[in-house]
Design a protein around this ligand. Structure first.
Ligand code: BGC
Length: 741
């Protein structure tokens, strides 16, 4: 970091000189003149660099950094995970924590939770907050957000992504990216593309139709790049059509660069490069983690990286074209000029009250009330003086574990702590363990503070919890998954959709003992609920980070009215999920054929007619909303034009709350088979009791297109369309037709 400090000082002085340019002319080198056009600066730097210096900036020098050009005062580039908070410092070339005492941060809710808010302003707040923390920690590239589509509930990394719908994921990614990058920190959207299973992630080869690729798996990335303007992108570990994604010609050269006009840098996932030739020719710019197998061993041969000496040798022998080198260097310099070489950028901030408030608010708004019979929730303290909390996830830190997104949070309010604090003197809160899940709590040397040791057996734990539930005025079960291996964790997938450990038996027993019961899941994936009819209230609370307990308590006790809606479908059985219905094999260690094609998530359930447990877009509130007057501003839409669909939403209940209004479109006349309906717009509206507001959502004709594989082009045909205003994908409140001319 020493070079970096010196370089920053030099650059700062130059910037000062530049700032006072009305009196003094800038006379430093062009590449450091931040007032000059960036492409001119890049060319200037490029022509000053030796071949060795050029090659040096194309690969790692440590676990998370790559070299700058010390001779020219160009600083190192520092990356950090991502995507839920800024990762703790690690030893130079090991994954192990460096043990610093000044690298604790705010852990923000997982991206599934952010997606469940369906709130672009909260995505912007998330990006601003995490971007400020990245900046304060002097990071240049934030490894996130994750934009892989939720194809199966078994994928161990779904919690780092934004659900099953490309429109929702893309809309949420754009404000996140823009607001991170306002800090002079690049986002690195990941994992491009098709990284939908973890078990064989280094080798699995994804085969799918062009239509599925373009309509389902790419749009969120396209939006991230073209609208969000992400300055970097991370190649996925897996293969696509026989070639690893980190140097995949179709993805990186044909689509990312040629079709989308990406001018940022392509970065490998850590250990995702496998060939010098492909890396040289197929659009890779920066290589990290080679020899680490992604997560495991130490390797200090940075010179042996595919884009290090082996690349130099092939360039010198003429086996590889020299222009590939300058292209990569330009891309990396462009990334540096936008980040590490930029001196005029905010200083950032960390662990501020604002950041904690942001984490709490995003958590609250992301919580999804799945079921609430007989208004079981919120808990009314005037009726409950004896509250029982059951379950390991009430007392388990979830910011530690899960893989690369593991964090060193300055604090993490556990669910039980939040509940005890909120109940205050109004109620006695008792805790019962109920089940033993994963009592470990360590990741790369960062240790969770709780002692989760337990000596009682399964039945004894259930019996103890049930006995207490019979006495309690209200019982809150808090379970779900965790960040342990084969749960919500990188590098592996879940073995099944069932709740792990003895949770099903415990929940059934609690439901028999009391109907004053809420089941709360802390998880990032759908789980089966065989006991669903016997439990009155169910809440999906996700992983909420530092403020988890506060966000949860605020919803459970009614300080916040829940408004989150599911960003993916919860199936009754795994076989109902389109990816599994048509292909019983999982995980795929060799070829994964996406036989569900474009029918991913709700698109697939609607096609098969299988009713899900909870549909995409579902989420209840403590109030109720009436929808009326669904209308279109025109009945005939011209090609190139747009149509605005409006509806009047009224809060018909007794408390204020927000409603997420969803717009789906059905193409009624199409040459190619299309999903019954697709999400094309959404808005969130806050309403006081009795208040009515009009929500208007505009859809352009471009949004109505499908990908025609024969023409390799997006196309739309004239004909009838139907717009549906809905409270969930399975809850349409009004429809209106229009025709495309
Ligand atoms: C993960 C990436 C992460 C990288 C660096 C990889 O194992 O797949 O998401 O950013 O490690 O930690």
């Amino acid at each position: 970091m020493r070079f970096r400090t010196i370089a920053a000082a030099i650059a700062g002085m130059l910037a000062l000189a530049a700032c006072s340019r009305s009196t003094a002319r800038y006379d430093g080198p062009l590449y450091l003149n931040e007032d000059a056009p960036i492409e001119d600066r890049i060319e200037d730097a490029l022509q000053r660099m030796t071949m060795k210096e050029k090659i040096d900036i194309l690969h790692a020098q440590s676990k998370f950094s790559s070299k700058g050009v010390p001779r020219l005062g160009i600083p190192e580039l520092w990356c950090t995970d991502g995507p839920h908070g800024i990762r703790a410092e690690v030893i130079w070339d090991k994954w192990r924590t460096a043990g610093w005492t000044n690298d604790s941060i705010v852990a923000y809710p997982a991206l599934t939770c952010l997606a469940s808010t369906w709130d672009r302003d909260l995505a912007a707040l998330y990006g601003k907050s995490i971007g400020e923390e990245a900046r304060y920690r002097e990071k240049d590239v934030l490894l996130g957000p994750g934009l892989n589509i939720y194809r199966t509930p078994l994928n161990g990394r779904n919690f780092e992504y934004m659900g099953e719908d490309p429109f929702l994921a893309g809309e949420m990614a754009v404000p996140y990216i823009r607001n991170v990058q306002k800090n002079g920190v690049a986002t690195c959207v990941k994992h491009f593309a098709l990284n939908n299973e973890e078990t064989g992630r280094m080798e699995v080869d994804v085969e799918l139709s062009d239509r599925a690729l373009y309509e389902i798996y790419l749009p969120a990335y396209k939006k991230a790049v073209t609208e969000g303007g992400s300055w970097s992108i991370m190649g996925a570990y897996n293969k696509f059509r026989g070639q690893h994604c980190c140097h995949n010609k179709t993805l990186l050269c044909d689509i990312l660069r040629d079709e989308w006009g990406f001018d940022g840098a392509v970065i490998t996932d850590w250990g995702g490069a496998h060939s010098t030739d492909e890396a040289a020719l197929n659009g890779l710019d920066l290589e990290f983690g080679t020899g680490t197998n992604g997560l495991a061993t130490n390797y200090d041969g940075y010179d042996n990286y595919y884009l290090a000496l082996p690349y130099r040798d092939k360039l010198l022998s003429g086996e590889l074209p020299m222009e590939t080198l300058d292209t990569k260097v330009r891309n990396v310099l462009r990334l540096m000029m936008r980040t590490s070489m930029k001196t005029r950028k905010p200083l950032g901030s960390i662990c501020s009250d604002e950041h904690y408030a942001a984490a709490k608010k995003i958590g609250e708004d992301g919580i999804v009330l799945l079921k609430n019979d007989a208004s079981t929730l919120p808990i009314r303290l005037e009726e409950c003086s004896n509250i029982l909390v059951v379950g390991e996830n009430a007392i388990k830190m979830m910011t530690v574990g899960g893989g690369s997104s593991s964090l060193k949070a300055q604090h993490e309010i556990l669910p039980l702590e939040g509940i005890v604090e909120r109940a205050g003197d109004a109620a006695k809160v008792t805790f019962a363990r109920g089940y033993v899940g994963d009592p470990t709590g360590e990741y790369d040397g960062i240790v969770a503070k709780q002692d989760l040791a337990e000596t009682r057996g399964e039945q004894e734990l259930i019996d103890d919890a049930v006995a207490l539930a019979k006495e309690a005025d209200f019982t809150i079960f808090i379970g779900g998954l965790n960040k342990g291996e084969n749960q919500d964790c990188e590098g592996g997938d879940r073995y099944g959709i069932e709740l792990p450990y003895a949770q099903d038996a415990l929940i059934s027993a609690l439901a028999q003992a009391t109907q004053k019961l809420a089941v709360v899941f802390v998880s990032g994936n759908a789980v089966a609920m065989p006991w669903v009819d016997s439990v009155p209230a169910i809440v999906e609370a996700w992983y909420m980070g530092s403020e988890a307990g506060h966000s949860l308590a605020s919803v459970l006790f009614g300080d916040a009215c829940p408004s989150g809606k599911l960003p993916f479908t919860f199936p009754v059985r795994l076989e109902d999920c389109p990816a599994h219905a048509l292909d019983p094999v999982f995980p795929h260690m060799d070829t994964a054929r996406y036989v569900d094609d474009i029918y991913v998530g709700y698109r697939g359930y609607e096609r098969s007619g299988v009713k899900p447990l909870f549909a995409f877009g579902h989420g209840l509130s403590y109030t109720t909303f009436a929808y009326s007057g669904v209308r279109a501003d025109k009945s005939k839409v011209k090609n190139g034009g747009s149509v605005t669909i409006s509806a009047d939403i009224t809060n018909t209940g007794k408390v204020a709350g927000a409603e997420i209004v969803q717009l789906y479109i059905s193409d009624l006349e199409s040459r190619l088979d299309r999903p019954a309906k697709e999400l094309k717009g959404f808005d969130k509206v806050w309403l006081e009791p009795g208040q009515t507001k009009t929500v208007s959502i505009t859809v352009s004709v471009d949004d109505l297109r499908y990908f025609d594989p024969e023409a390799h082009a997006w196309t739309v045909e004239p004909g009838e369309f139907e717009a549906h205003i809905a409270a969930a994908s399975d809850d349409i409140r009004g429809s209106v037709r229009f025709s495309l001319q």
